[in-house]
Design a protein around this ligand. Structure first.
Ligand SMILES: *Cc1c(COP(=O)(O)O)cnc(C)c1O
Length: 404
């Protein structure tokens, strides 16, 4: 019988990939510049080829600029943003270490989960979804728990659209003698991340959000204090693949083989970083702010309501509640099938209650804002939620006129 099945499978044919043309306005991945796709299609070289080593040096130099750090240990981890998260934790934490994790959404929850798996005693400082983790709560947790090794927070909580302020937390953390670990997967290259000025000891990101590169690498930087803590570990890092005490020998002058670097992904990241630095960080942050403001005005005109705490909203991730009686899954399906636009659903307590509209990197354009508002206007007018399908666009255009 098995033979019959495998015989029939040899006659099965598979089609070419479709000519995807989605406008990616969800929580990631974002659209990718054609130059990045072209870079990925370049022929391979070996992971120890002098030309590839040069590319690694260039990636390090450009990542240092984007992270705004002089940290020598600044690399791309093989794996998506979650690999960066795991690397940030497992190289610092040893079994029994106490750490504080700020939790106000999916990614803080994931950080706590990862930390527990590596044996940390996790002190969870929780805040409601859609609010920041209050610095006072971290201050109290540090006061009540002497000997905390690290404080871990998410800068841009992609599940809620919250923009966590970092500077005060950094100061509190260092006063207590702990390391400050920050997730910047969604914020890096979309809003300010200043690793040295804000004294972030461990900072990681992912390629698929505001860096506008396919998912597959996780930029990571460790400061001197972190390197010292890592080198003085009593036990080996529990993950072999993400052990930075070994990987630093590949990114450093030894060039010792650890695992084969994902060559094409590093070509892609190099090109994405080049595009970011050509634009400039400040203009790029300003672009994210501008299109967020216009989108916000337009979505509100269509009756959508922003759910993240005012004054702490991310530009690149807009969490919005829709009008009562909206069949939210049906609207997202229509957006995808009829308009080629992807937006994200809510997660956790926000499931079925909000949409997450991304404006990340290449996806953060006036054309994206107008396309989405046009599509939503049409769908809402058809469903009788608005009387005029152009309400969103007119409001957004006014917002642009005020700012341009
Ligand atoms: C997307 C995301 C991650 C995980 O990245 P993956 O690429 O999905 O592994 C981690 N943290 C935050 C804040 C994110 O938005």
């Amino acid at each position: 019988m098995e033979t019959a099945e495998s015989n029939s499978s040899t006659t099965r044919t598979f089609n070419d990939l479709p000519p995807f043309q989605r406008l990616l306005m969800g929580p990631g991945p974002s659209n990718v510049h054609p130059r990045v796709l072209e870079a990925m299609a370049k022929p391979l070289v070996g992971h120890l080829d002098p030309e590839f080593l040069k590319i690694m040096d260039e990636i390090q130099a450009m990542l240092q600029e984007v992270f705004r750090t002089k940290n020598r240990f600044t690399i791309s981890v093989s794996g998506t943003g979650s690999a960066g998260m795991e690397a940030a934790i497992c190289n610092v934490i040893e079994r029994g270490d106490k750490i504080i994790v700020g939790i106000n959404g999916v990614f803080g929850t994931r950080l706590a989960d990862v930390s527990k798996r590596y044996g940390a005693e996790v002190l969870e400082v929780k805040a409601p979804w859609g609010e920041i983790v209050p610095p006072d709560a971290i201050r109290d947790a540090l006061a009540d728990n002497p000997g905390v090794k690290a404080v871990v927070v998410v800068h841009a909580e992609t599940s809620t659209g919250i923009h966590q302020p970092l500077e005060e937390l950094s100061e509190l953390t260092h006063k207590a003698g702990a390391l400050f670990i920050v997730d910047t997967v969604t914020s890096l290259a979309g809003t300010e991340v200043s690793v040295d000025d804000w004294e972030i000891d461990v900072c990681y990101s992912g390629t698929q959000k505001c860096l506008s590169c396919p998912p597959g690498l996780a930029p990571l930087t460790f400061g001197d204090r972190t390197m010292e803590v890592m080198h003085q570990r009593k036990s080996p890092v529990e993950s072999w693949y993400l052990d930075m005490t070994m990987i630093e020998k590949y990114w450093g002058s030894d060039r010792a083989y650890h695992h084969t670097a994902p060559i094409s992904m590093n070509y892609a990241l190099r090109e994405a970083l080049r595009i970011i630095l050509e634009e400039g960080l400040q203009p790029r942050w300003a672009r994210h702010r501008l299109h967020h403001e216009a989108l916000k005005t337009g979505l509100e005109a269509l009756g959508l309501r922003f759910v993240a705490q005012e004054g702490h909203r991310l530009p690149m991730l807009n969490s919005v509640a829709f009008p009562d009686g909206t069949d939210e899954a049906a609207v997202r399906k229509t957006l995808l099938n009829d308009y080629n636009i992807e937006i994200g659903p809510g997660l956790g307590p926000f499931k079925g209650k909000v949409w997450r509209v991304g404006l990340m990197g290449e996806s953060c354009r006036k054309s994206s804002v107008i396309s989405l508002l046009a599509a939503l206007g049409e769908i809402f007018a058809r469903d009788g939620k608005v009387t005029d399908s152009g309400l969103g666009i007119s409001a957004a255009l006014e917002a642009y006129a005020d700012r341009e």
